[in-house]
Design a protein around this ligand. Sequence first.
Ligand code: URA
Length: 229
Amino acid sequence: MHSRNTGGWRDLYSDWNSMIRDIVSCRRCRLHATRKNAVPGEGNVNSKIMIVGEAPGRTEDEMGRPFVGAAGNLLTKILRGFGVDRGDVYITNVVKCRPPNNREPMNDETETCSIYLLSQLLLIKPKIVIALGNHAGRWFADRFNLQWPGISRIRGRVLEGRIMDLELTVVPTYHPAAALRKPQILKYIESDIGKAIELSKRKDSGKDHAEGRKTLLDFIAGSSPSDKS
Ligand code: URA
């Protein structure tokens, strides 16, 4: 598959299980050398909502699961406030391995890893993406060929775009880790996540999401995403 806004990837995955296998054993970039566990993502692969963070932190690296440290606990609590269990949505990161000392992912690491997030998006076909933090928000703005003015200027806005044949609505907001350092921004994260959840309900055309949006390929034995990762 080739397209300008997929970054030119020709080898996107059409099989969920091989993608997960490749993520956990990935050696495409330098981060494999320092990680304990790659973190593919987890949750409901039939969800209309996908939540995308930057990269795993220490706890996530130890457990191989996304958003299970302090920022993750806050995210789980915010979702629960809207009646959403974290298992109801699919949660992942732009970069699947922890950068040493929680530094920001480098551009080449992000680009190399993008094949996985692109494949996850094209297989899950979410209606709404909540992009947590500057890095995740900018990743989507880049795919949509939009200028990225920084998270504090664009949070809470509704970005519409397309990745190959997938039409996506993205709501960027601050990363929950930022609210642990600056509690005054928690109200913005809550409001933006609430807005995204409301939008996802309005976008529900009444047709079952899994049947309405997935392609035939998704239902061929072995190519359907499992609910595990
Ligand atoms: N921060 C992230 O961006 N992702 C995680 O999974 C945990 C912390």
